[in-house]
Design a protein around this ligand. Structure first.
Ligand code: FE2
Length: 429
């Protein structure tokens, strides 16, 4: 028996050590010890080997545009939307594509191999849609890119947005998006949820709406989203992104709402870096964190995936395509510090987000596509703590990024040492 590639001694996310054999771009075997010939045998002993990172919420049409045409002075969501409106007429097909491809290189180097990006359809030229459809094609051999038709300025509030949403879907955009809290009235917001879910049901598509991204506790479009999901039989295919108003809602109302979301199988996509940055901007002190109620959702069996949302754009001035940054922030803001909860945070930037995106060929299992990342960490918790270095990234069975482990040499006067930031909890037995 001979394989294309054999990875020796990796630590799987569940803590077991295994060899992984790969042939024809797929995982051929996973076992404690595989003794076989291989085109290449790679020693990954003691390093975490994980399915790739997944970002279920991003804006690839805006990424790497920070400073164009100016920076967001107030740091608010609304100034960000205004600033994006100033930049939109200046966008060119080439520039959007160039920035998107540059970002995808960053993503590939970080082991981020599946991204759901919203794409603004409120520009009648649909220039960004066309550019990102080309990008989706060009990167298909290493990144799964899913596009969401996103009427950024409001389905009804922005002239032409409704028609443009349909045009974008006709062009091959994968998912139906929306922004009910940005419509002119609560009633318009509700109506937009209904219409967009009906469009998705007719076309057999998934739905992912920016939903209630506000500190206003009365912004309750998630209620309508859960209702329409059930009415139209869309269970398991709908996600509500952000849901930040829930942070500020009345506890009694939330105790009714969470079971409704669970029953409708609507997933939640908080974006911790952005939520902690944009929400609470109108508060004095105490200042609300704004992120939605993640531990409570998990208790109700609601699927939650953490998204990155923004990197170097009108809304966020930092970011490196590192989903471990996202998990790190989510863990802190949600106060999910027990070992089980920290592992859940890792799953929310890998397996849970893959499930939300409907990625059926994802996962470290025999027969699945050989997409994986090897990290300089011994387990998922350590990966989050260290925002661990990616030692190797593999897509469709081919190594696409490789780096040597290189500990820093400390040269304190009179003493030399190699720094190893890994840490083992002492075994109490
Ligand atoms: Fe977003």
């Amino acid at each position: 028996m001979s394989f294309d590639t054999l990875l020796k001694g990796g630590v799987l996310p569940d803590g077991t050590t295994a060899d992984i054999a790969i042939s024809d771009g797929r995982i051929a075997a996973i076992a404690p010890a595989i003794e076989a010939e291989a085109g290449e045998t790679i020693d990954i002993a003691g390093n975490l080997v994980s399915p790739p990172f997944v970002d279920p919420h991003f804006h690839m049409d805006a990424t790497l545009s920070y400073g164009l045409p100016r920076i967001n002075a107030s740091g608010t969501l609304l100034e960000g939307i205004g600033l994006w409106g100033e930049l939109k007429p200046l966008l060119t097909h080439e520039a959007v594509k160039e920035r998107a491809l540059a970002y995808c290189d960053w993503a590939a180097s970080m082991g981020l191999l599946a991204i759901r990006t919203h794409v603004d359809v409120c520009d009648d030229r649909l220039l960004a849609v066309e550019a990102l459809l080309e990008v989706r094609q060009e990167i298909a051999s290493y990144i799964d890119l899913q596009l969401v038709a996103f009427p950024q300025d409001g389905l009804y509030r922005s002239p032409g947005a409704r028609e443009n949403t349909i045009r974008a879907l006709d062009l091959g955009v994968d998912v139906v998006g929306g922004i009910p809290h940005f419509e002119r009235t609560m009633a318009d917001g509700r109506a937009s949820v209904t219409e967009l879910c009906e469009i998705a049901a007719e076309r057999g598509l998934m739905v992912d709406m920016h939903c209630d991204e506000t500190d206003d506790p009365l912004s309750r479009h998630i209620e309508q989203l859960a209702y329409e999901t059930q009415r139209l039989g869309l269970q398991g295919r709908v996600a509500g992104s952000h849901l930040t108003s829930m942070h500020s809602m009345d506890n009694y109302y939330v105790s009714k709402l969470l079971p409704l979301i669970a029953e409708a199988e609507v997933a939640a996509i908080p974006n911790p870096l952005i939520n902690i940055t944009l929400q609470g901007r109108h508060d004095t002190y105490p200042k609300r964190r704004g992120m939605t109620r993640v531990p409570e959702m998990l208790k109700h069996g609601i699927r939650v995936g953490f998204g990155q949302d923004c990197v170097l754009d009108p809304w966020y001035s930092l970011g490196t395509a590192d989903m471990l940054d996202v998990a790190f922030m989510g863990l802190h803001v949600a106060q999910m510090t027990s070992p089980d909860d920290m592992r859940r945070c890792y799953n929310m930037v890998t397996t849970e987000s893959a499930a939300i995106m409907g990625l059926e060929d994802y996962g470290l299992e025999v027969g699945k596509r050989a997409d994986l990342v090897v990290l300089d960490a011994g387990n998922p918790i350590e990966a989050i703590r260290l925002r661990a270095t990616r030692l190797m990234v593999m897509a469709r069975g081919k190594v696409i990024a490789r780096r040597q482990r290189s500990p820093m040499r400390l040269e304190i006067p009179g003493r030399q040492a190699d720094i190893d930031r890994r840490f083992r909890i002492p075994d109490p037995t």
